[in-house]
Design a protein around this ligand. Structure first.
Ligand code: NAP
Length: 238
């Protein structure tokens, strides 16, 4: 039986990825920082709830201890939790104050390191360990230089640079841990609280559609890629 843990899975892309992995027959740990919303989503999907705030070391340690004690093992980690901060003065703009920037990097970048480090001992016991980092084309140097891509026209100074750090985390982990497949994924512009629909942006497609590429990477087999950045159509330039 294959087991997955997804962070930030009470709504949006994380929840839809959880739905697809449950449908694929996996045991799914649905991580959420809010217990009531996390439990409700887990019950709806037939997943197991685990409290997990990616910015809180104690919460991350307790979550991985819960998974270990349950004896399910862990084969797939989906680092999905992510935030962007909008300026209270102008919702079209990012919040650029130091504490806002730190919060974005703490969640999107340090959060991945916290959860991955805590999960490594369990992943290393799996016969087919996989980590998927949910990133964004806004963090791609290639896409942000390619005029045909929306990422080249949508300003995201803080969020984009946090996702560029997710790219390098993916490559560095893939090199450091060749027994585990680490891939980053661009899910596409998606109608979630974080994504499409914010002022000035594309409305986005349904999360159920975008989650398919995340689930595809999560279900990659032993011969699948590692150290790559993927989107619907295949590999995306870094
Ligand atoms: P979303 O609907 O806002 O969901 C974000 C999830 O992350 C929520 O479950 C949220 O929990 C959780 N989260 C935030 N901070 C957390 C923390 N400290 N600890 C644990 N969970 C936390 O947004 P989404 O679009 O599905 O985003 C999912 C991922 O996709 C993110 O990494 C995002 O950067 C990426 N992405 C999205 C798009 C897009 O267009 N939507 C495009 C490219 C990449 P709460 O409900 O408690 O806030």
């Amino acid at each position: 039986m294959t087991t997955a843990l997804i962070t930030g899975a009470n709504k949006g892309l994380g929840k839809e990825t959880a739905r697809l992995l449950v449908e694929a027959g996996l045991t799914v740990w649905l991580g959420a920082r809010d217990e009531a919303r996390g439990r409700a989503a887990a019950e709806e999907l037939g997943a197991r709830f685990v409290q997990l705030d990616v910015t809180d070391d104690a919460s991350v340690a307790a979550a991985l201890a819960t998974v270990e004690e349950a004896g399910t093992g862990l084969d797939v980690l989906v680092n999905n939790a992510g935030i962007a901060r909008r300026s209270p003065a102008d919702p079209r703009a990012e919040a650029m104050e130091g504490p806002d920037v730190l919060a974005v990097f703490d969640t999107n970048v340090v959060g991945i390191v916290r959860v991955t480090q805590a999960a490594l001992p369990l992943l290393e016991r799996s016969a087919n360990p996989v980590v998927v980092n949910v990133s964004s084309a806004l963090g791609s140097f290639w896409a942000t230089h390619e005029p045909s891509r929306p990422a080249s026209r949508f300003p995201a100074i803080v969020y984009g640079s946090s996702k560029a750090a997710v790219s390098m985390l993916t490559v560095q982990y893939a090199n450091a841990r060749p027994g585990i497949r680490f891939n980053a994924v661009e899910p596409g512009i998606t109608a979630t609280e974080l994504g499409g629909g914010s002022p000035g942006s594309h409305p986005g497609r349904p999360a159920s559609e975008s989650a398919r590429v995340v689930a595809r990477l999560a279900l990659t087999g032993p011969d699948g890629p590692t150290g790559t950045f993927q989107e619907d159509a295949g590999e995306l330039g870094w």
